[in-house]
Design a protein around this ligand. Structure first.
Ligand SMILES: NC(=O)c1ccc[n+]([C@@H]2O[C@H](COP(=O)([O-])OP(=O)(O)OC[C@H]3O[C@@H](n4cnc5c(N)ncnc54)[C@H](OP(=O)(O)O)[C@@H]3O)[C@@H](O)[C@H]2O)c1
Length: 273
């Protein structure tokens, strides 16, 4: 018997899909630890969930761009007598524009969050996850199936998340650990503003709400699915490019991203005042 209580760690829980994921896990009886930089948003969420759910969520303020953040989170959990049984790697961001025109340091920071921190947190608590028969849910994207001119580094980072997560799922299957890659299509959150995306929101054929995506991720993880792509349209977008010439796929994505505010010369269009 472990002296530590099992906890579900959700990164990027202060907004968007992460907040919705924290709600779903808490509603289903999990003791949740919320992780992000914005403390006020997480305290509000924790108080709200405490009133409606079995456990009051823990709040851990951490900047996952810092290389020491995962160790600090582990230390905080230990101090509270908690051991991760489920890890939900959701924190991430994108940048819209041509890679050669975007800030290089910011693009490297994106890899630090989307790739390095996610990998560290996926591998850090495997023994505890095995012991609790828990799991890992990594938020990738439909972008992970595609090359992405107009968001080149972001799409590549999500390809990594998808490849790493599917391989990890296979490796940990014999140990009874569930590992799921959640691949949403467009979801209207703070993501678009952070990325610098302008233009009209994507239509309902592909777009889903954060709540729909979170529920699909939770259900998929619990059912032991390796891959979850919410929405039929997004499943088509993920599969079809495998049958098409790569050049055609690249041109289609380029057109799509231009429609969201990139000029043909690679520079971003200014949003209308
Ligand atoms: N929205 C979409 O269309 C879409 C589609 C496919 C996949 N995704 C993926 O879904 C995930 C969540 O995106 P979202 O749409 O919910 O975006 P969002 O609304 O911008 O939320 C991002 C979350 O990540 C946290 N975060 C950002 N930088 C962080 C850092 N340095 N340290 C710790 N936490 C950090 C933010 O919290 P703080 O700012 O408080 O730190 C926030 O809670 C991302 O991995 C994204 O790539 C999004």
């Amino acid at each position: 018997m472990s002296i530590f209580k099992p906890v579900t760690v959700v990164t990027g829980a202060s907004a968007g899909i992460g907040e919705a994921l924290a709600r779903v896990f808490a509603r289903n009886g999990h003791e949740v630890a919320l992780v992000a930089r914005r403390e006020k948003e997480m305290i509000l969420l924790s108080n709200e969930l405490a009133a409606a759910c079995k456990h009051k969520p823990h709040v851990i303020v951490a900047d996952l761009l810092r290389t020491d953040a995962p160790a600090r989170i582990a230390h905080e959990l230990l101090g509270r007598g908690l051991e991760p049984a489920f890890v939900i790697n959701n924190a991430g961001f994108g940048l819209h524009g041509h890679a050669a025109e975007l800030d290089r340091a910011e693009q490297i920071a994106m890899l630090d969050l989307n790739v390095r921190a996610l990998t560290d947190l996926s591998l850090r608590w495997i023994d505890g996850i095995v012991k609790h028969k828990g799991g890992i849910l990594n938020v990738a994207s439909v972008a992970g199936f595609l090359p992405g001119p107009g968001m080149a580094v972001y799409y590549a980072s999500k390809s990594y998340v998808l490849s790493f997560t599917e391989a990890l799922a296979r490796e940990l299957e014999p140990k009874g650990v569930r590992v799921t890659a959640l691949c949403p299509g467009p979801v209207q959150t703070e993501f678009q503003t952070r990325a610098g995306i302008s233009g009209k929101p994507t239509g309902r054929l592909l777009a889903r709400t954060a709540e729909e995506v979170a529920q699909a991720g939770y259900d998929g993880l619990m059912a032991g699915k390796r891959l979850v792509i919410p929405g039929f349209g997004n499943r088509v977008v993920s599969f079809l490019p495998r049958l098409l010439p790569r050049g055609m796929v690249l041109r289609s994505i380029e057109r799509y991203q231009r429609g969201r505010g990139i000029r043909p010369d690679g520079w971003k269009r200014r949003p209308k005042p």
